[in-house]
Each structure stands twice: as structure tokens, then as C-alpha cells.
Design a protein around this ligand. Sequence first.
Ligand SMILES: [Zn+2]
Length: 339
Amino acid sequence: MNNWDNIVGHSWAVEMIVSGLANDRLGHAYLITGPDQVGKTTLARTFAQALNCEAPEVERPCGHCRPCKLIAIDRHPDVKLVLPEVSGRGKLTLKIETIRQLQQDLNLSAYEARYKVAILERFDAATIGAANAFLKTLEEPPGKVVLLLTAIDADMLLPTISSRCRTLNLRPLPPDLIEQSLATRWQVQAEKATLLAHLADGRLGWAIQAAQDETILQTRAEHLSQLHSALAGRRAHRFALADKLSRKPETLPDVLKTWLSWWRDLTLLNQRRGQSINLILTNVDEIEHLEPLAASWTSEQINASLNQTNEALWQLERNANIRLVLENLLLVYPIPELA
Ligand SMILES: [Zn+2]
């Protein structure tokens, strides 16, 4: 029993790291990729613990010694967590000044650890300048330094960066594994664990956060009720809703992602029509809303709505006129028949 057991799934990645440690064949830089909240930083932290744990080798990382405890809360003097800055509309930027500061730190020898470790979260948010500055460290790393980069996708990095790292690509976890972990490790009640496991899209970190923070499910319920309200109303009602939503632009990516997952479920149900295939739906608690609509709307209507929701998300990321984007979107959604 050691701290690697806290990593749910991703066992091949753990094995790769453990065997590298055991055979003294460590890389000096690793790139851990995968969707948001799939467990990238948790894996990186546990790796840093394994590198600096004071327990006998087979028990590393123990999770109990001083280095393990300090690393778990990001307070170890030789293990730096480097985060990008968040600006308006949620955009992440990793700046060159941040990289320069880190490089100064890494050039000093370790205070107390065997290895200095830098965990650079979301390196895909690095500016070109920051990435190029960091390249020097990747090419000639100071001794006893291990660099752990995380990113959504290796393709979002400069090839000069990704080619100098060993890549560990973490895949989304299956819903049943998330459900089981929520129930056994985090004592989440069964029905809630099932719902969160489906909503999580393979991201255990998201599911844990949503289990602990009620506002996440409440916010989702609001987003869905806005969608239901839009779908029940006609043009004037939809324009009013577009106006209301456009006043809170920071919430829109979340709103649209919730709607997108709902339309995706509807597409699946519509395609299945008449056949008994087992579907993995996201919004399992919406099935009573979804099933009659999947039967009454055409696949063209549903596909057009799904595509336009995707398009709206894309346009908002590119600073399009928010109200216009929402009006266009809501006019593509099917209008109820006049009674
Ligand atoms: Zn330890």
C-alpha cells in the first residue's frame, strides 16, 4: 500500500513511472496530457512524492512523511507548481516572466530534496515567448531536476517542446469506474454517484469536485431549465432569453457546454430509435425530457441544433458579438408547433 493507490485508473502510466524509478531510468521531462480534471496534476504530484519520499523504496510514495505531506499541499520548497494566469472569459496564459522566475529557482540547488521538481500546469497556455524560453531548460536541464508538464493535448504545444518530453496521455475514465470510486472512496450516495459519473465525461476530478460543491449541480440545473424554457417558447421569448444570457458572458461557455451535452444525448437517442442498443448518456436524469423529443423531432432538426451549439461555443471563444451568437443559436432550435 502506497500513495500510488490513490490514483484511480491510468494504471499503465503509473506502471511506467514506477518501473522508471525502480530501474533508474527516469526521463528529465514528462508531458502528461488529457482532458481537464482527468487526473494530470494528481499524477504529477504523486510522481513528485515518489521522487522525494523518505520511506523505504518499495513504500514510496508513502503519503505520510514530511516531503509527501508538503508536496500534497503544494508547499514543498523544492517542488514548484507553476500555474498559468486566468484572464477574462476564462482564458489561460503562461507568461515568460513566470518561466524566467522558475528557471532561477531551478538553477539553485535543492534545499532538502533528492530531486527538484517543477509541475507546469497547462503548458498549452504558454505564450510563444514563454515556450521558447522554457526550451533552454528542456535542452539543458540542471542536474537532479525533473520537469512535469501537463496539457490538454500534445498537439497544442510546439513540437520542439513535446518531442523533448516523455508523453503520458491520460484517457477519460469509464463511468462505472468513476461511480465506484465516488461510492467507495468519497462516500457519495449511490444515486448521486451514478449521476455524477455520467456527467463527468470521464473526468474523476470533476466528479469529486461536484460531489463536494453543491453549487455545481445547481448551476447545471439552471442551465438546463433555461434550455427547456427556450425550447418551450417562441421567437420573442427566445430573444428575451438571449438578452438575459448575454449579460453574463463569463457563464456562457458552461451554459453552452451543458446544452451541447444535452443535444448530444438527444442525437444518440434519436439515432437509436426502435433499436435496443445500450447507450451511455451524459444527462441520465433528463431521460424523461429527452425520450419524447428524440421521437418527435427529426434527425435534421436535432443535428442542426447540436452543430449550431458547437458553432456558438467556437464563435464566443473568438470574441464574436455575444447577443447575436445567442439569437442565431436559439432560432435554430426547433420551435414548438402552434396548438
Ligand atoms: Zn513519503
